[in-house]
Design a protein around this ligand. Sequence first.
Ligand SMILES: Cc1cc2nc3c(=O)[nH]c(=O)nc-3n(C[C@H](O)[C@H](O)[C@H](O)COP(=O)(O)OP(=O)(O)OC[C@H]3O[C@@H](n4cnc5c(N)ncnc54)[C@H](O)[C@@H]3O)c2cc1C
Length: 392
Amino acid sequence: MADINIIKDKCVGCKICVGVCPFGAIEVIEKRAEITDRCTLCGACYKSCKFNAIDFKRDERESSDLSEYKGIWVFAEQRYGKLKTVSLELLGKAKELSSMLNTKVSSVLLGHNIESLAHELLAYGADEVLVMDEDWLNDFNDQIYGEAMTALISEYKPEIVLVGATSKGRSLAPYISSSLKTGLTADCTGLNIDEEKLLVQTRPAFGGNLMAEIVCPNNRPQMATVRPKVFKPLEPDYERKGKITKIHREPIGGFVKLIRNIDNSDGLSLSDAEIIVSVGRGVGSAKNIQLAKELADALGGVLGSSRPVVDMGWMPYSRQVGQTGKTVAPKVYIACGISGAIQHLAGLADIETIIAINQDPDAPIFKVANYGIVGDVKEILPVLIKRIKGRL
Ligand SMILES: Cc1cc2nc3c(=O)[nH]c(=O)nc-3n(C[C@H](O)[C@H](O)[C@H](O)COP(=O)(O)OP(=O)(O)OC[C@H]3O[C@@H](n4cnc5c(N)ncnc54)[C@H](O)[C@@H]3O)c2cc1C
């Protein structure tokens, strides 16, 4: 076990460590810090002490176990034999991180009849692809995939595992991290390596009001999920060589039986769209959304929305942009009757042009917009539709 003690002669009762402890486990009594039984031995406090008054020892066995973990893994999510772009985006980021750790990037590809995708993963930056092509992996099942990944991670010991924050990734990653009793940071917006060679996982916290930097110093692998469009994929290089390792395992059974797949996609996905016309509460009614749809159709784009519009049942959740919806990166984003709350803006990544239509000239959306139209959406949209259709 690790151990922590306050060196009484050195402690001056400055309380810096009290503010740093994430568990409220340090109290200052009579100008001396005391560690309470809420301490989880995370070690967050000892570095903050300017007086070297905190003696923290990691378990030797623990540290040597950690050093056995090497390499970065990216879970290669595929559906019907097509790779999800988020996996390719993660490979690009993993490649950057791997140069800071002087290690290699491996991608893990599970499924059936998917072997040919391994070359695409090499082209997008993987040094090695571990392929498990089995008929019992044909359909995604978080328990079966989770057990398969857990077994592979226990065997190969990667130090970092990255998973796309898709609906599948969001159920798979926690399954793995809880099985392996390691940490997982969901929906990261940034990944970096610190001076101690730990993965620094940045994500919004407290409703997007601050950015938290999270590390996982005592457990392996360090795990993170990242939403689509947060990172850019590398330019693919199909000449790139790498290792493809085929792995065979006995079938793993699960409690859940898949009866049939239902395709509930409603047209071009928000993540892939180049033009998005997005509606906010300011559109006033479900009926008025037709105007935005007409504009989207005229431009060859798709509809998006803010959260209240989804909460009111005017649009399906699959169309929600923002912190609790999708991250989008179209070339053009037209925000109609959207105020520009921080949680909505959290879903706008790397957009070339934002056009905002809002009747309030002080609406925060105008601070991020490249072009702003102050006016009633119900009047502006028909004018835009007429102009655009007139040009076609
Ligand atoms: C934890 C958390 C997560 C969240 N996640 C998300 C998320 O993922 N996505 C998201 O969008 N929100 C999210 N929210 C909600 C967010 O805080 C805002 O409440 C929401 O984005 C506001 O949506 P809106 O701009 O459509 O509505 P409002 O804030 O009500 O703004 C409506 C705008 O329309 C304008 N307007 C009104 N009438 C007209 C008209 N006739 N013509 C033109 N303009 C008009 C108004 O001036 C106003 O600016 C989240 C909140 C929390 C706490």
